[in-house]
Design a protein around this ligand. Structure first.
Ligand code: FES
Length: 117
């Protein structure tokens, strides 16, 4: 049994086992099952934080799990901003978490009376 993966459903019973795949996330090796999304494979591996918020660096993870919120963006095999919830894991896939990116909207200088962000 792996962390976060349902092996035996209370109504459906034991779930069929799919072929095992290996992938890395931030340099750490994980095992997935064929048909897993990147998000579900990471969740099964105990990973909750997929990136950091661009403005304040808070941890972000799976939110909608249907491709709408963009909270699950990661870099896959060198391609940035890929939604983990919509992408199937492939064997030997290399995944990197999102990092804090510069934003053109951040005000770098604090003026008198402005709130601390
Ligand atoms: S979790 Fe919302 S787009 Fe992936």
């Amino acid at each position: 049994m792996s962390y976060g993966r349902i092996e035996h459903h209370p109504v459906l019973g034991p779930l069929p086992r799919a072929a095992a795949l290996s992938f890395s996330f931030d340099g750490i090796e994980y095992t997935a099952r064929e048909g897993d999304s990147v998000a579900s494979a990471l969740l099964a591996g105990g990973v909750r934080t997929l990136r950091l918020h661009e403005e304040h660096g808070s941890p972000r993870g799976i939110y909608c799990n249907i491709g709408h919120c963009m909270e699950c963006r990661v870099t896959i095999d060198g391609i940035s901003s890929v939604r983990a919830c919509l992408t199937l894991v492939k064997d030997r896939m290399s995944i990197l978490s999102g990092t804090v990116l510069p934003t053109p909207f951040r005000q770098e200088t604090k003026t008198e009376g402005s709130p601390d962000l």
